[in-house]
Design a protein around this ligand. Sequence first.
Ligand SMILES: Cc1ncc(COP(=O)(O)O)c(C=O)c1O
Length: 378
Amino acid sequence: MSKIRPFYVMEVLERAFRMQAEGNDVIHLQMGEPDFDTPRTITQAGIRALEQKRTHYVQALGIPALRERIADYYPAPCRPPVERVVVTPGSSAGLQLVFACLLNPGDEVLLADPGYPCNNNFVHLYGGVPRGIPCNPDSNYQLTAKAIAQHWNENTRAVLIGTPSNPTGSVVPPDEMSRIANTVRRLGGRLIVDEIYHGLVYDTDVRTALFDGNDIFVVNSFSKYYGMTGWRLGWLVVPDDYIDDITRLSQNLFISASTPAQYAALHAFDAETTEELEYRRATFQRRRDYFVPALRELGFAVPLMPQGAFYVYADCSRFSTDSDTVALDLLEQALVGVAPGKDFGVYRQHEHIRFSYANAMDKLEQAVARMAGFLSRT
Ligand SMILES: Cc1ncc(COP(=O)(O)O)c(C=O)c1O
């Protein structure tokens, strides 16, 4: 437990809610979830599932119809057999299943720093050692095959890539992902690719890592693109040689993922749902196109235009050498909530904060105006 760190953004959120309860109109740009509600088609299916009394345990790996639908979501050349698709209680559970079955005490996992904070804690939880590798804009804030080979040692067991990344929104290009997969394979480790933000990509194409081999663990979720954070539903595509391990772990750790959520998610891939989700994706893109230049204008450095997710990882060193102070001041004096850099790693954490543009355009404009006022006074 001594190695498990808090998720600091949750503390910011609590403080922001307290301030709101005291009558302050806080603009939330610290959120890690879409501001849109779950699409109606999915919600209605969830209601029907409850009415049809689909409230009991189901198969540990997920209901067959949903596993099939997930398998069909992948393009034909890399479509996995349904046996390799595992439904999980969110990708948080999926990531834990993967680390639980891969790691022995002392095994190292290479991850990008900055990266999604919970991963370090998951690795610790299963006795592993997370090794954050400093990543800069020149490599898209992502690990490269070269960096992986450089940092590999006899204890390295696995590499985790998140693409698009939280907090930077950067994407690993397909040719680099192929090089990474080959390198990890050559070195005798396992590659885990978190594709939870795959639906939310702008001006670029992403390709699932399933194209790069069926020995890769692919993690995904209904949370972000599908707008189902609170339903707690995700999935894994598991290499053949780990299906048995993952099955035993799923049975024991979770019994099964939420039953009504699974019936609801059967409609996540419907044409009507896709139309709504693509409209939302275009909305995120418009917000990004407004917000990133506006932040740069305010004096934040954003070296790379984020290509996906709904985050901007901004260098705030022009204002302070302590990003915690910037985050606190923005909240208390500009009434704008942001996530502090220390949530995403140790490398240059004091120079960065993370903004989320999962908020309405008028709120983003208001936040920019408030920050402009505050920064001109300091
Ligand atoms: C990169 C990444 N992976 C995984 C998760 C976990 O999401 P969930 O458990 O809702 O699928 C998140 C949530 O913010 C995330 O940003």
